[in-house]
Write a protein that binds this ligand. Structure first.
Ligand SMILES: Cc1ncc(COP(=O)(O)O)c(C=O)c1O
Length: 442
């Protein structure tokens, strides 16, 4: 209310975004709806404070309460993930990952990670990322069946002798083989870092195996399935301590003063709230429901004739392969789904025949819809709508030539914008959404 009376322009934009979040179905696997308690901590007076350093060792006065907050967040993270050391200060997942390089590698060191177009993250050594510019990246891939090619990982590791190996992904639908990665890392003496940004909530809730008994370092964002604010954590495991006693100190120094200045204390408080929520029995039910929903959506899509990478899912995410309708059609599906109020994102598929900008797949995830209380019946409904949307856009082509493609996209957008069928589906989506309120949005 105060914002609306003081800044009409911004509050009007925020009202439109609030309505978008409320009236549509969010299927982007890295998004979620935080609780009202997390929002309250994020939007608090804690944003006023500077606190460079760590609890008990700050470069500013007046940090007695901030110290308590950060220690609380650390303790909750240690208890939830069963690790001896955690740093809760990374501003987000990407700087957390960069700090791992700083803590474990000399500039120019050899590192390995899952190739971006095979589902890995930019920060696992992709060529345009700082991690691929300042370190020598040797990427590994998935096999044509969509599973990580562990034979290739082993062969490349023995050839390249990396200092650091990443496991964990942005677009991977099967259980992450942490034990096999640890075996390979041990064979070549590398640090193993597990990036569980996507699956942290499933790990916390027992719906996905934990990397903690296998990796030396675990990084995660605190948003996504963990359902906290936008932030991140770096954890050092007992295996990490056994490999390098100084690892906790190296990680802490990499974050501050290596990469960052003052921590975002309002975010630290909101992380503490989210970790507390994730330690409750209801969160176990939530994470089990995320996976059950993803499997239900997968079943329905297959029944409707869609092709899924690996034929299904073990986690919160699905990758739809649209190549049976033609290469590069992810963008058409994403935009047509947007038109009916279903938000998803275009994504590359294994052996992508098109490009990263015009990929042939769509990535879907169930964490946000599950938070609203949607369950398997609603997943079946969503699968049905997706099949109708696919039918509606099947006739459109996406030419390879740039000029012809731009013309085709323009025509496509005009046609879907005026499609009575898509309008009718959009109305059905809104009716469903009204039954499932979003936390923090009335
Ligand atoms: C596996 C993985 N790691 C790291 C990140 C980076 O997180 P952020 O966007 O907060 O920098 C992401 C974000 O998509 C991710 O999927």
């Amino acid at each position: 209310m105060i914002l609306a009376s003081q800044d009409l322009e911004l509050s009007a934009i925020m009202a439109r975004e609030r309505a978008r979040q409320r009236d549509g179905i969010e299927l982007i696997p890295s998004e979620n709806y935080v609780s009202a308690a997390v929002l309250e901590a994020m939007g608090s007076i804690l944003t006023n404070k500077y606190s460079e350093g760590y609890p008990g060792r700050r470069y500013y006065g007046g940090n007695e309460h901030i110290d308590e907050i950060e220690r609380l967040a650390q303790r909750r993270a240690r208890d939830l993930f069963h690790v001896p050391h955690v740093n809760v200060q990374p501003y987000s997942g990407s700087p957390a990952n960069l700090a791992v390089y700083l803590a474990t590698c000399e500039p120019g060191a050899v590192i390995m990670g899952q190739n971006l177009t095979d589902g890995g993250h930019l920060t696992h050594g992709w060529k345009v990322s700082a991690t691929g510019i300042f370190y020598r990246s040797v990427p590994y891939h998935v096999r044509p069946d969509g599973l990580i090619d562990l034979d290739e990982v082993r062969r490349l590791a023995h050839e390249a002798r990396p200092r650091l190996i990443w496991c964990g992904a942005t677009a991977y639908v099967r259980e992450m083989p942490f034990a096999q990665f640890a075996e390979i890392a041990d064979e070549v003496g590398a640090y193993l870092a597990a990036d569980i940004a996507h699956i942290a909530g499933l790990v916390a809730g027992g719906a996905h195996p934990s990397p903690v008994g296998h990796a030396h370092i675990v990084t995660t964002t605190t948003h996504k399935t963990l359902r906290g604010p936008r932030g991140a954590m770096i954890m050092v495991t007992d295996r990490g301590l056994a490999k390098d006693r100084q690892l906790p100190e190296k990680v802490d120094r990499a974050i501050f003063p290596g990469l960052q200045g003052g921590p975002h204390d309002h975010t630290t408080a909101a992380i503490a709230v989210a970790l507390n929520e994730a330690s409750r029995p209801e969160f176990r039910d939530y994470s089990a429901a995320i996976v059950a929903n993803a499997r239900a959506l997968a079943r329905e899509l297959i029944r409707m004739g869609f092709t899924l990478v690996t034929g299904g899912t073990d986690n919160h995410m699905l990758l739809v392969d649209l190549t049976p309708d033609g290469a590069g059609r992810g963008v058409l599906m994403q935009e047509a789904l947007d038109e009916v109020g279903i938000t998803a994102n275009k994504n590359t598929i294994p052996g992508e025949p098109s490009s990263a900008f015009y990929p042939s797949g769509v990535r879907l995830g169930t964490p946000a819809a599950t938070t609203r209380g949607m369950r398997e019946a609603e997943m079946a409904q969503i699968g049905g709508w997706m099949a109708q949307v696919r039918e509606e856009i099947r006739k459109f082509l996406l030419p390879e030539d740039r000029v012809a493609r731009n013309r085709a996209l323009k025509e496509f957008r005009a046609t879907i914008g005026a499609s009575p069928r898509l309008k009718a589906i959009g109305e059905e989506v809104r009716v469903l959404c009204r039954r499932f309120p979003v936390p923090g949005i009335s």
